[in-house]
Design a binder for this molecule. Structure first.
Ligand SMILES: [Zn+2]
Length: 503
């Protein structure tokens, strides 16, 4: 039997297939059987179900190494409409890795993956009262329900003895042996508490398993003595000595005016075989908690070139001033805020840079009417507050490329959201990634189909949840999760992504 009269489960006909590994950019038909791409062909093929992709780009499903909202139904609802098929929580990471993965089993619409968290490990060691109420999702414990979890600020401010650093190492190793994809090290939230010894240990653990750390650098600044560059060097020095790889996440927000120096350094490092990759999101403002170390006036002012009014309360979009900041820090340092960081010019430079990849940093949303964290599938995307990157990052990036604000070929843009990420992770202890980020026979059928002429973000600072458009079909492991620009309900094709050190 030839390919032409074989029946497939699902076929995509007449689309512009773009495969960033082989650089195939041509009209092809794609046949899917089960959860794999069975054929990519010029021949006519038939399927039980057919998608007419004429005029549309057929790309690998987007991967996101920086997604704090993965595994939650509402987070998935926004991610899938933005073309993401594999959102992963690698920056903050989780503890009790095995239980987190077990908890997600069969419930996910998209693929999911986690790192072993230094933040959570520090809290476990320094605050014996801490008991996760979200199965090990430390960020959820902090932001969504800190009271019942009895979280403290010890994870951020506490100092460890050398004995405790040993315990810290063991917890990180346990997470990796339970299947984590590396070590999540958001040291930028622990600037005063996390020792250099902790940072060395984090990189050493990654090196031991041939894996990566996922780093929010210690410093966000462009002035000595606490420049963003120094924060990068803090991790690259132990990397040079012990090995392992590093993703510097949203690095434009740390490097600020030093972005060119930073990217030059990463390029030179990569030429020497040092495994380091810069990640960027296409917004000149971030989202975090009011109590973030880098927002303190002595840093945010002189070192980041901003004032109090650059910090915006997410709940009502009100900018802070000196008094409301002081009051907020006293009443609720966990308050969700947005804050201006990089300039547009520096951000575009970073997005276009040949070494950079895209990561959204999708953060949790709150329901506007109740102030509760938006977890439920039924949450209306227009009824939430939160940073628009959780909904629009990938479509926005494609729009910026179309508008030539980021002047790179479409194939390169797709690669920054797919193959460059899978290639990096596969090289660094996640060989499952060899099956993703490609439109090729035998690979995982994670596919994003978008209209290059119309794809766009719709989310804004005011309406952070509005879903992207121009991405009419998204397929995860052979199953349509977005069809005719609508999310498909009650399908759960998402699968775990595990690291190679899983026992
Ligand atoms: Zn971060």
């Amino acid at each position: 039997m030839t390919a032409s009269n074989e029946q497939y489960d699902l076929v995509i006909t007449g689309g512009r297939v773009m495969d960033p590994e082989t650089k195939l950019d041509a009209i092809r038909n794609v046949g899917i059987n089960g959860d794999k791409i069975a054929v990519v062909t010029k021949d006519d093929i038939k399927g039980k179900e057919t998608i007419d992709a004429k005029g549309l780009v057929v790309a690998p499903g987007f991967l996101d190494m920086h997604h704090h909202n993965t595994g939650t139904p509402f987070g998935e609802k926004l991610a899938m409409r933005d073309g993401v098929t594999t959102p992963m929580e690698l920056e903050v990471g989780v503890t009790r890795v095995k239980e987190v993965y077990a908890d997600r089993e069969g419930k996910c619409r998209l693929n999911y993956g986690y790192s072993s968290s230094t933040m959570a490990a520090r809290e476990i060691i320094l605050n014996p009262e801490y008991k996760s109420v979200f199965t090990g999702e430390f960020l959820f414990d902090l932001v969504a329900d800190g009271k019942d979890a009895k979280t403290s600020m010890q994870w951020s401010k506490g100092h460890m003895t050398s004995e405790q650093d040993k315990e810290f190492e063991t917890l990180l190793c346990n997470g990796i042996e339970e299947g984590a994809l590396g070590v999540g090290h958001a040291v930028g939230y622990m600037t005063a508490g996390c020792s250099q010894q902790n940072s060395i240990t984090a990189q050493k653990v990654a090196a031991k398993y041939g894996m990566s750390t996922f780093v929010h650098g210690r410093f966000s600044g462009q002035m000595p003595p606490t420049s963003g560059l120094l924060g990068f060097l803090e991790m690259m020095a132990p990397q040079e000595i012990y090995g392992g790889a590093i993703v510097f996440q949203h690095m434009h927000a740390q490097a600020l005016a030093d972005i060119k120096t930073a990217l030059d350094m990463f390029s030179a490092a990569r030429k020497k075989g040092i495994k380091v990759i810069p990640e960027i999101y296409p917004y000149n403002y971030g989202a975090t908690i009011l109590g973030a170390d880098y927002l303190k006036p002595d840093n945010y002012g002189p070192n980041m070139g901003r004032d109090y009014d650059g910090i915006i309360r997410t709940a009502d979009l009100k900018p802070y001033d000196k008094d409301t900041y002081a009051e907020g820090m006293k009443e609720n340092p966990m308050e969700s805020v947005m804050f201006y960081n990089s300039t547009d010019e520096d951000m575009y430079y970073g997005l276009a840079h040949p070494e950079s990849v895209i990561g959204s940093d999708a953060f949790l949303y709150t329901v506007r009417a109740t102030g509760e964290t938006a977890f439920s599938w039924d949450t209306a995307p227009d009824a939430v507050n939160g940073h628009p990157r959780g909904s629009g990052t990938h479509a926005l990036f494609l729009r910026l490329v179309r508008e030539k604000k980021v002047d790179i070929p479409l194939m390169t843009a797709i690669s920054k959201m797919t193959y460059m990420i899978t290639d990096y992770l596969a090289e660094n202890g996640v060989s499952q990634m060899n099956q993703k980020g490609r439109i090729q026979e035998g690979k995982d059928a994670d596919i994003t189909i978008f209209d290059p002429a119309t794809v766009t973000d719709n989310s804004t600072m005011k309406d952070g949840g509005l879903q992207s458009t121009g991405i009419p079909y998204v397929i995860c492991n052979g199953t349509l999760v977005v069809k005719d620009t609508e999310c498909v309900d009650n399908v759960f094709p998402g699968k775990p992504v595990y690291g190679d050190a899983k026992k």
